[in-house]
Design a protein around this ligand. Sequence first.
Ligand SMILES: Cc1cc2nc3c(=O)[nH]c(=O)nc-3n(C[C@H](O)[C@H](O)[C@H](O)COP(=O)(O)OP(=O)(O)OC[C@H]3O[C@@H](n4cnc5c(N)ncnc54)[C@H](O)[C@@H]3O)c2cc1C
Length: 382
Amino acid sequence: MKNTNILISGASIAGPALAHWLIRYGFNVTIVEKAPALRLGGQAVDFKGETHRTVLSRMGILDDVRKLQTGGTDQEIVDATGRRLAIMPGEFTGGDLEIRRGDLSKILYDRTAPACEYVFGDSITSLTEPPAGDGVHVTFERSAPRTFDLVVGADGIHSNVRRLAFGPERDHVRFLGHYYALVELEEDFGAVPRMYNEPGRMVAVGGPKAPAFFTFASGRLDYDRYDVGHQKDILTRAYAGMGWRVPAIMAAVGRADDVYLDEISQVRIDGYRKGRVVLLGDAAYGNTLGGFGTGLAVVGAYVLAGELAAARGDHHVAFAEYERRLRGYAKIAKNGNTGPFLAPATPAGIRMRNWMFKYRFLLGLMMKLGDKFATDIDLKNY
Ligand SMILES: Cc1cc2nc3c(=O)[nH]c(=O)nc-3n(C[C@H](O)[C@H](O)[C@H](O)COP(=O)(O)OP(=O)(O)OC[C@H]3O[C@@H](n4cnc5c(N)ncnc54)[C@H](O)[C@@H]3O)c2cc1C
């Protein structure tokens, strides 16, 4: 086997899922994660259709995921007086199998941590591949420089590896005109999840499984992703003057310790590989809140590791085959933009979106279409 020492950047879903398979095939894996510890935040993520289930089953984690599954909670869409206008069924938002993102990340971490090296609180600062060399020289913010045979960027839609190896984010990521925020609130906003819209703005609170969730239309904002105070100011401005329980929700946001604010965007990149560096998961085919990111990451990890093992570590062969297979499968991430669906721009748009939830056959059709995309790959048994 060639190229057995592999560095993965990012310890969320794609990175640990890839580590799981690489360890099984006999590779040595190091994972570097910028956060000081495993990040357990986020809403629920979901799996759809036979392909996702098959990969989870082959990984041996399907039962663990089922034990922690959260699906099935309907969400009420309400007007300014709190009157119910429509119900967003749990099976529409939760796919076939839904789990909190943090729980899934923890399952993958627990399975891999004993057999690979996790380096938290660090980040790659440069990647150099000598023209005639047989490895990638890597420098880090904190750790000493090291050389690896291959490097995988599994570090999300704002991928650091993609920036270093493929060029600046603006060349590969398209802003889609909306922002979203997740805020863990101390206050309880009720057992039933409720969502409220005004044109270009949406807020969802309550229920057992999610932090408060905001989506709003906006031009591009300039802010520091690590400055919580500034992010709270942005949210407060965006939701000023809104009805329903929004003033109380925003007061609770003011008291919250943490806010996660990001743009809704989509990765547009020509190829996933450059020499000994390859992209996986949202770094390669991310589409924020598109509902497919986690399934794509898990299937992508399965294919990338499987192709590496099948090619006995030959990255030229394996990366090309991984890219060929995933490019077709990940086409769903190239289309679609959840921003206008969550926060329609006009009262008529809001009414139309709500109207759709009255018709089970329409929802059924959309879910069938989702399943079709999620199973549109010929899954090899490596
Ligand atoms: C904290 C968090 C909350 C999320 N919440 C939701 C949600 O509510 N709903 C939803 O649909 N999706 C959510 N996602 C995204 C979802 O996890 C992905 O769309 C999908 O699972 C694919 O995962 P990924 O591993 O490719 O990317 P991501 O899950 O985005 O993970 C990327 C990882 O790379 C790490 N990273 C970033 N920069 C560096 C760097 N310079 N060096 C090393 N590591 C780095 C990040 O900290 C993160 O752990 C969330 C992701 C995170 C990290």
